[in-house]
Structures are given as structure tokens and as C-alpha cells.
Design a protein around this ligand. Structure first.
Ligand code: PMV
Length: 347
């Protein structure tokens, strides 16, 4: 982040110091003595109902605003981790061994650097995304959550959910929320060491709630979410309004969840997503993740609402829509969007 923005904070710990503090590793106490031969972790993808957009600190991945999400069971990542010796980590993604220089492998290895028991240790990572590629869902959230769970299992740390969430946040902000099934809230926090910016579960079931995945385009996006948020924070005048808006929406979404108020949930989620996209569009150069088909799908959703079918959408840093509706509307939604995958997170 540009240090001149009003949102920037200085970290009081390096990422390595942060990790050591969370896992309890110090000069006198090793966190790596109880390693098993293999660790396993599994985590779902999540969709933010009120979004995280903007970092106040990049090295510790500290957000400018909090967020609330819902996890999608059955869609996510499974990761197996073993320690070995060698030149570099071996990263297998969906049964394909990646070259060490590809972006995905480089990012994962850079994260694993914080967790090496010694300078010669390398990891073998076997990771499987159970998200169908056609779903157009970002997998970094489930990916880093599963990896942190695999590290916790491999080294037998028995960390609390809060600590696991802190570690996952370091890999990818939204991963902090993927440790939990159902609804989760990621607290913005205010400490410069980042220890109070973690997610936790919201203990509410909502069996009638449906999420539809509407695929528009699943190719890799041109601007990553990290780059998109940095540019927005640094160059968008409208962004000044975002932190307050995000905080209000977060409250409303939590209220809607507690009261099972679907209209409030849907309205707030859709408006929050559009507000986030408005800040991206108002940066320079503009960032527009939408495709013509995304806009057509939005109009289809609005037309359905006009006809009395209560359905809303949310969108992340990409062109695909995620629809929100209740079970009673399933037949009408299926008729309007024939190929859409429907998930009931609490069933
Ligand atoms: O966690 P990241 O760095 O991939 O950013 C996620 C950003 C959004 O998906 C657009 C919003 C969110 O809260 O998930």
C-alpha cells in the first residue's frame, strides 16, 4: 500500500515474527519437534456477503474493513503435506506437478517459507480442488485454509480456530473465513501486530437458504484481487466512503442472519457487492471485472424480482454471479437459469 493513504498502518511484527508468535515457536521452544510423516487439511470455499476490499497493511494482510461470509460445503480444497529434503518444494495441483517458477507454486512456497523447520526442509504438497473448474470460484480461500490445517496436522500443533484463522489470513485474506462451515465473520481488528484480525463462526443455521453459482467466464482474471484492492485504495476517491459503508453492511448482514431476514440479507449483499465494484470502476486505470453476460444476468435477476421472485446476487473480483434465494423459489430460479449449480449450505 502507498504509505501516504490515510488507511496505511505500520506493522509491529514481521510476517515471520507473527507466525512464530501464533504457533508458539521461539529460541527456547521449537514448534517442529512433534512432526508426523504426513498432514492433511480440508476446507470449503466461502462467499462474502459483505466484502473485504482493501488492505491497511500488506505484509500481514490486514484489512481496512471486516466482512461476513458463507461457506459452501462440498466445494473446496483437500491438501496433503509431507516434509522432505531437496532443492525445492514439490507442488502437485489437481494431479499435475507444477514447475517451481509458476505463480501458484511461487506464492505457495513463499508462504511455506514461514513454516520450515530448518533451511534444508522442503515440502511436498498435494492439493486437490474439489471446486469444479466450471464453477468460477476463487480457490485461494479454501486453498490457504486447507494448507494451514495440513500444517497444523503435520506438526501436531493443536491450534485454536482463532490461531488457524490468523495463519490462513496471512496466505489470503478471505482464507481466514474458510476455516468455518456456515456463516463466518472476519473482524477487522486494530492492532498493529495483526493478532485481533481473525474470523470466527456465526452459530446460526439457515436450512432454506440457497446459493446459486452462475458461471459467466472462468478464465483467469487479468487483475488479481490483491492488485485490484491496492489500486482502488491508492487511486479511487470514492474509496473514502467504503470503510463506513462496509462496516454498516456487516452489521446489517449479521442482523439479517440472526433474524433470518432474507430480504435484508439479499438487499444488503447485492448493494454491498455493487458498491465494491463501483469503487473499482472509479480507479484509474478502471477495473471492470464484469462481462456483457454478467450485466445480462444482473438484469435477469432484477426482472425476476419485478415478477415477485425474491432473488439477489453478489459478485467477487470476477465476472461470475452468485445468487441468493430461499428454497421456495428454487423451481422459478431453476427455470430461469437452467444450468446453474445450486447449493444449500445448511442441508
Ligand atoms: O482474499 P483475497 O485476497 O482473494 O480477496 C478477496 C476479495 C473478495 O473476494 C472480492 C471479497 C471477499 O471478501 O472475499
Amino acid at each position: 500500500m502507498n504509505a501516504s493513504t490515510p488507511f496505511a498502518t505500520q506493522p509491529s511484527l514481521s510476517p515471520q515474527q507473527f507466525v512464530d508468535k501464533v504457533i508458539g515457536h521461539s529460541e527456547t521452544h521449537s514448534a517442529f519437534n512433534n512432526a508426523k510423516t504426513c498432514g492433511f487439511g480440508e476446507a470449503p470455499v466461502n462467499i462474502a456477503l459483505s466484502k473485504y476490499w482493501g488492505k491497511r497493511e500488506t505484509s500481514l494482510n490486514l484489512p481496512i474493513n471486516g466482512s461476513v461470509s458463507i461457506s459452501l460445503p462440498g466445494l473446496g480444497t483437500q491438501t496433503e503435506l509431507t516434509l522432505s529434503q531437496g532443492e525445492h518444494d514439490q507442488i502437485v495441483l489437481n494431479d499435475t506437478l507444477l514447475e517451481p517458477h509458476v505463480t501458484f507454486a511461487k506464492r505457495l512456497s513463499a508462504f511455506l517459507d514461514f513454516f520450515r523447520p530448518n533451511e534444508h526442509a522442503v515440502f511436498h504438497v498435494d492439493t486437490l480442488n474439489t471446486v469444479p473448474t466450471a464453477a468460477g470460484l476463487a480457490s485461494s480461500a479454501s486453498g490457504y485454509a486447507a494448507l494451514v490445517l495440513a500444517l497444523n496436522d503435520l506438526f501436531q500443533w493443536h491450534l485454536s480456530d482463532q490461531k488457524l484463522s490468523l495463519l490462513a489470513r496471512l496466505g489470503s485474506g478471505s482464507a481466514s473465513r474458510s476455516l468455518f462451515p456456515g456463516f463466518a465473520v472476519w473482524h477487522v481488528g486494530s492492532r498493529t501486530d495483526g493478532m485481533d484480525s481473525f474470523a470466527e463462526a456465526i452459530d446460526t443455521q439457515w436450512p432454506e437458504l440457497c446459493v446459486g453459482l452462475l458461471k459467466v467466464d472462468v478464465s483467469e482474471k487479468a487483475v488479481s484481487s490483491t492488485a485490484g484492492m491496492q489500486q482502488t485504495v491508492n487511486t479511487c476517491e470514492l474509496y473514502q466512503a467504503w470503510p463506513d459503508k462496509a462496516a454498516k453492511d456487516m452489521e446489517l448482514i449479521q442482523q439479517a442472519i440472526a433474524n433470518h431476514d432474507f430480504s435484508l440479507l439479499g438487499k444488503t449483499a447485492e448493494n454491498n457487492a455493487l458498491s465494491m465494484h463501483a469503487t473499482m470502476m472509479a480507479t484509474w486505470p478502471p477495473i471492470v471485472y464484469w462481462q456483457p453476460e454478467s450485466v445480462a444476468a444482473m438484469h435477469a435477476v432484477w426482472a425476476l424480482r419485478q415478477q415477485g421472485v425474491e432473488v439477489y446476487f453478489t459478485m467477487d473480483a470476477g465476472p461470475n454471479l452468485k445468487l441468493l434465494f430461499l428454497e421456495t423459489q428454487k423451481p422459478a430460479i431453476k427455470q430461469a437459469f437452467a444450468k446453474m449449480q445450486i447449493i444449500q449450505p445448511f442441508k
